[in-house]
Design a protein around this ligand. Structure first.
Ligand SMILES: Cc1ncc(COP(=O)(O)O)c(C=O)c1O
Length: 460
């Protein structure tokens, strides 16, 4: 197949017609699609191209996922070879690529895990919830430890339980009521501390809030705590350094499992292979997706600590096995592609590069502080954010239309940036999560374009 970027108005018109007449798109309003008919046709490195031949620097690596960058033809070769060898067989038996990928992920996590394969981040978290419940049933017979503690403003996926685990009311409103099995506590969102405190004087009030919620719920009813080490959806909230270790200590005190969501954070994004490795914890359950294959194939996984795995190990007659299956889990082609993707991440030292380029990008973003609407610049590695406010002292969020104008200005100037939650409902945070192969020149372009976008909103 030839890869060209020659604009072809007829092909473009045909795609738009077929799409608008037949496709139901996720999250975006169709009237918006009708007005802005973007057809993405190819991509390379950190750049995507539309059917008109226009190039865009992708500051979001798709949906925070194309970690090794676009256009790696060796992954296509790996997929083609594996399809010829073995395209599919259910993972109730073993296959070569899935065993290799599990070993690779286990080694990256420190070697004390078993890996359960699924297809998306939502499913990886769902499997985590279910494994935690089943584990507690095995270990505490006669007790009913089923609840998950999670945080407000978190996002953990789109399926019903994952959505319930999340703490974004607007995303949930159309599907309520939920089960009541997910108990929400205050997030470590220091720029807008829910307790009005500042670190370090706060004494980690958010962890105390988590512990008192656990006590109030009755610890004997709680299976696990889920946290994304560095919250993404809220607009990138980097917690105080001791936060995760303290959460881990709370979990240990009450026999509760710690489940970390590394769906965005994982595979180098924050400057280490996994974000929890910044904080010296060894979680019981780790959900991974996105960067596992840099989105070249849909695949995800739930890693469980061997101590948890042991609870599922026994005679067939004991009925202790993982009590679920999904058709495509451990898919040989997806696993082969993911394994090669991780080998590339390692060979090109892309986690280290994310740390270096992230620091460079953040230095650039800090210069945007000259615009009065920039309230906060924060992030770790290549997960960065700029929060926009009307007034730095009150932190009142800018109107939604300001952020829309900034995002649209960037896109009209060939740069894609994202938008995160921030203050309640407003989506007043510009988020950046570019491919880990982004260059210094491309980081400069992200900053320069945002600078010009913000200049349209402030007098400087
Ligand atoms: C932190 C986090 N967890 C889970 C998910 C769900 O992943 P998926 O969309 O692959 O189901 C997402 C998706 O963006 C996410 O950001």
């Amino acid at each position: 197949m030839s890869i060209t970027n020659a604009p072809d108005p007829e092909i473009r018109a045909g795609v738009v017609r077929r799409d608008l007449q037949n496709v139901l798109h996720p999250i975006v309003q169709h009237k918006v699609l009708e007005a802005r008919q973007m057809v993405v046709t190819r991509a390379h490195g950190s750049t995507i191209y539309d059917a008109d031949g226009t190039a865009y620097l992708d500051g979001m690596s798709g949906l925070w996922c194309v970690n090794i960058g676009y256009g790696r033809s060796e992954l296509a070769d790996v997929a083609a070879d594996q399809m010829q060898q073995l395209a599919y067989f259910p993972h109730t038996q073993m296959n070569v690529p899935a065993a290799g990928l599990a070993e690779k992920i286990n080694m990256l996590l420190g070697g004390d895990y078993h890996i359960y394969f699924v297809n998306s981040g939502s499913e990886a978290n769902e499997a985590g919830f279910k494994i935690a419940r089943q584990y507690q049933k095995h270990e505490h017979p006669g007790e009913f430890r089923y609840k998950t503690i999670s945080r407000y403003h978190a996002y953990h996926g789109t399926t019903l339980a994952a959505l319930d685990a999340g703490g974004i009311g607007d995303r949930k409103a159309k599907f309520e009521p939920f089960s009541g099995d997910f108990i929400h506590v205050a997030p470590p969102y220091c720029y807008r501390c829910p307790f009005g405190l500042s670190y370090p004087g706060c004494g980690l009030a958010c962890v105390k809030n988590m512990e008192s919620s656990i006590q109030g719920e009755n610890p004997d009813t709680i299976a696990e705590v889920i946290v994304e080490p560095i919250m993404s959806g809220v607009g990138v909230a980097v917690p105080p350094d001791e936060y995760l270790k303290e959460v881990d200590a709370v979990c240990r005190r009450y026999g509760i499992l710690l489940h970390v969501d590394e769906v965005i954070n994982g595979f180098g994004r924050t400057g280490k292979m996994f974000a929890h490795q910044h904080y010296g914890v060894s979680p019981d359950i780790v959900a991974v997706a996105k960067g596992i294959s840099s989105a070249y194939m849909p695949i995800a996984a739930t890693a469980v600590k061997n101590q948890v795995f042991q609870s599922f190990y026994g005679e067939a007659s004991e009925n202790r096995q993982v009590f679920q299956v999904n058709t495509y889990g451990g898919h040989p082609v997806a696993a082969a592609v993911a394994l090669r993707n991780i080998e590339i991440l390692q060979a090109e030292k892309l986690a280290e590069r994310a740390a270096e380029m992230g620091a460079y990008l953040q230095d650039g973003l800090r210069t945007l502080g000259r615009h009065s609407i920039v309230g906060d610049v924060r992030g770790k590695g290549l997960l960065q954010a700029v929060e926009l406010v009307k007034d730095r002292s009150t932190k009142e969020a800018v109107d939604a239309s300001v952020v829309t104008t900034v995002v649209d200005f960037c896109r009209d100037n060939g740069v894609i940036v994202g938008r995160g939650g921030g203050a309640w409902r407003s989506g007043n945070v510009i988020v950046l999560s570019p491919p880990l192969v982004i260059t210094r020149g491309e980081c400069d372009r992200l900053v320069d374009t945002l600078d010009r976008a913000l200049a349209t909103q402030t007098k400087g």
